[in-house]
Design a protein around this ligand. Sequence first.
Ligand SMILES: [Zn+2]
Ligand SMILES: [Zn+2]
Ligand SMILES: [Zn+2]
Length: 153
Amino acid sequence: MTRESLTSTALERAEKHCKEQGSKLTDKRRQVLSGLLASEKALSAYELSDFCRTELGHNILPMSVYRILEFLEEQNLVHRLNLANKYVACSHIACEHEHRLPQFLICTSCHRVEEVSLPSSVMSSIEGGAKTAGYHLARNQLELECICSDCPA
Ligand SMILES: [Zn+2]
Ligand SMILES: [Zn+2]
Ligand SMILES: [Zn+2]
């Protein structure tokens, strides 16, 4: 599948998903999501607003982009990276399988982000370790700083 057809499949699925949840993928929401899908990078609301204007010709103010991203995050269509306070499109929008707990590998050099699912045993070890220290996990999303295979190590 080409990237374009992948994006349009993802948008179709996203639309269907919103409908099933009793909400709607409005034009603006669709534009924001397609911007993030096209960027292939983690972007802040400001950066995404810029990207939508310069690359796609959609004028959406950063505040609106931010609100839309919050909506899309609730729908599990985008994910927020705490470390960078940026957003990435979910890599599984076009997939049929159930969405699992997302973890992220973030290249600190080119900022490429990979959504991965670590084995649940990894998460339970971390949870166990925190518990032993008297903590509980407030958010079980791991964001690991890495160097990707395209960047010199
Ligand atoms: Zn995801
Ligand atoms: Zn998938
Ligand atoms: Zn890289």
